[in-house]
Write a protein that binds this ligand. Structure first.
Ligand SMILES: Cc1ncc(COP(=O)(O)O)c(C=O)c1O
Length: 420
C-alpha cells in the first residue's frame, strides 16, 4: 500500500473557478491524471501489455482525450460508452466492449473494429450468430470476488457478471459451434478490495485459462484500491504488477503459452485527480444537544458515493473572500441540498445510514467547500436530475495552469428539452 499522485486544488484556483463558473462544479487536474496514466502504463507484462481506462469512471471527452494521448486503450461498459469514445476521436480498435447488455448498435461497433467480450452464454450465442469465424473474449466469473463492500464486489456466486467458471466448457462448445475462437479471457472481480486477493483471484482465472486453448490475452480488470482520505493508503501498483508478472511467467513455464496482459482500472486513473467545489448554503442546528449541519449546494446530484456506499471523501472549507476567515473547529455533519436524509457527505464509513460528524472549522454562508477524491464515479454516477438539479459543469486545470471549461453547466431547459 502506498500514496499515489493526488490533486490538492490550490485555493486561488478554487476561488477563481467558483467566481467564474459558479458552484457546484467538478474540477480535474491534467497533471495528476497524466501522472496516474504514466503509472498504469508502466504496469507492464512479461509478454506484452495493454493498459485500458474503464470509461465508466469518467467519460467526459477531455478526460478520454487526455488518456488517449497518454497511450491508454479503453474499456467500454455499454455500447453508449463505446460510441462516446469513438465520437471523442478514439480508434475503435482501442476500445473493448464488456457489457452487461448488448445494447443499441452493438453489431455496428464490432464491424467498425471494437473488440467484444461475451459476458454471458446468451451474448456469446448472439455474437456467434452475427460474426461466425471471428474471435472474441470471454468474461469469466472465477467464483470469488473482492471489493470494498458488497456492492462493489462483482464476482462470486452472488454476482451476475460474466460466465460462471463451471460453465466455461459450455462457452467453449458454443464458440466452436459458431467457429468463434476465444482468444481473450477477462475477469473483473470488484473495486477497492484487498490487493492480495486481487493476485489470488488472478491465479484462479489463470487456472481456468489452462482449459481454454485459444486464449492469448488475459484481462485482469481494474479494482485497485485508492485512498481518498488523508493517510488512507492506495494499492501499490508495482506489487500487483510483480504478482501478475510472476503468475504469467509460471503459466508460461508450465504451459508454453505466453499470455499478453491487460488491465482496465477506472478508479485508480481518476479518483484522486478531481474534486467537487461547492458553497455553503446554510448552517442549521438541532439544539444544544443536537447536531450542527452544514448544508452545501453539493450533494448526491454530484457525488453519490457517500449516499450509496458510505464512502469517505475529504472535505475542506475555504473562506470565499481571501481576507475572510473560517470559524473554530466544530463537530459538523455535511449534507447536500436534496430533500432526502441520505443526501449526506459525512456518513459512517461503509454505512450510508450512519452519521459521522467531522471536526472541521465552522464555515459561514457563501464560503467554499472542496470535496476531494471525486474524479471517479462522481460526474459519471450522480443521482441524476433528482430535485430537477441540472448537472454541474466540469473544468480541467491544464498542465500550464489554465482553467478550461470542458462540460458546461446544464440549464433547466436541458432537462425539459425531451418532454413532450
Ligand atoms: C468490467 C470492469 N472493468 C473495470 C472496472 C473498473 O473498476 P475500478 O474503477 O475499480 O478500477 C469496472 C468497474 O466496475 C468493471 O466493471
Amino acid at each position: 500500500m502506498t500514496a499515489i499522485p493526488t490533486f490538492d486544488p490550490p485555493v486561488d484556483v478554487v476561488r477563481e473557478a467558483a467566481a467564474r463558473f459558479g458552484t457546484p462544479l467538478y474540477l480535474y487536474d491534467a497533471t495528476t491524471l497524466s501522472a496516474l496514466a504514466v503509472e498504469v502504463a508502466g504496469f507492464g507484462g512479461p509478454f506484452g501489455f495493454t493498459p485500458r481506462f474503464a470509461i465508466k469512471a469518467n467519460p467526459t471527452r477531455a478526460i478520454l482525450r487526455l488518456f488517449a494521448d497518454a497511450g491508454l486503450s479503453f474499456d467500454a461498459s455499454t455500447t453508449h460508452e463505446a460510441r462516446r469514445a469513438i465520437l471523442a476521436g478514439i480508434a475503435p480498435e482501442r476500445i473493448q466492449l464488456t457489457s452487461q447488455m448488448l445494447g443499441e448498435g452493438f453489431e455496428d461497433l464490432v464491424r467498425e473494429g471494437v473488440g467484444f467480450t461475451a459476458c454471458s452464454l446468451a451474448q456469446l450465442e448472439r455474437y456467434g450468430q452475427a460474426f461466425p469465424g471471428t474471435s472474441a473474449t470471454l468474461r469469466i466469473n472465477p467464483g470469488e470476488g473482492s471489493g470494498h463492500n458488497n456492492r462493489t464486489n462483482v464476482a462470486g456466486p452472488d454476482a451476475s457478471f460474466g460466465v460462471w467458471h463451471a460453465h466455461v466448457p459450455d462457452a467453449l462448445k458454443l464458440a466452436a459451434r459458431h467457429d468463434v475462437r476465444l482468444r481473450g479471457a477477462h475477469h473483473h472481480v470488484g473495486s477497492g478490495g484487498d490487493p492480495a486477493r486481487w493476485a489470488e483471484i488472478a491465479s484462479v482465472t489463470l487456472d481456468i485459462v489452462r482449459t481454454m486453448p485459444d486464449v492469448t490475452t488475459v484481462n485482469l480488470g481494474g479494482g485497485f484500491k485508492v485512498g481518498r482520505m488523508p493517510g488512507e493508503p492506495s494499492s501499490d501498483l508495482s506489487a500487483a504488477a510483480a504478482a501478475a508478472d510472476r503468475l504469467l511467467r509460471e503459466f508460461a513455464t508450465e504451459t508454453g503459452r505466453q499470455l499478453h496482459l491487460e488491465i482496465e482500472p477506472g478508479t485508480y486513473l481518476t479518483a484522486t485527480g478531481g474534486a467537487v467545489i461547492g458553497s455553503v448554503q446554510d448552517v442549521v442546528t438541532t439544539g444544544a444537544a443536537g447536531r450542527v449541519f452544514v448544508k452545501l449546494d453539493v450533494g448526491m446530484a454530484e457525488i453519490l458515493r457517500p449516499s450509496i456506499y458510505g464512502a469517505q471523501h475529504p472535505i475542506d472549507f475555504l473562506a470565499r473572500d481571501p481576507a475572510g476567515e473560517l470559524g473554530g473547529a466544530r463537530s459538523l455533519l455535511v449534507v447536500g441540498p436534496c430533500c432526502e436524509s441520505g443526501d449526506l457527505l459525512t456518513p459512517t464509513k461503509g454505512d450510508p445510514e450512519g452519521l459521522a460528524p467531522r471536526e472541521l472549522p465552522l464555515p459561514s454562508l457563501g464560503d467554499l467547500a472542496v470535496v476531494g477524491g471525486a474524479g471517479a464515479y462522481c460526474a459519471s454516477m450522480p443521482a441524476k436530475h433528482y430535485n430537477s438539479i441540472p448537472a454541474a459543469p466540469e473544468l480541467l486545470v491544464r498542465a500550464d495552469g489554465t482553467l478550461e471549461l470542458v462540460r458546461r453547466r446544464q440549464s433547466l431547459d436541458d432537462l425539459l428539452r425531451d418532454e413532450l
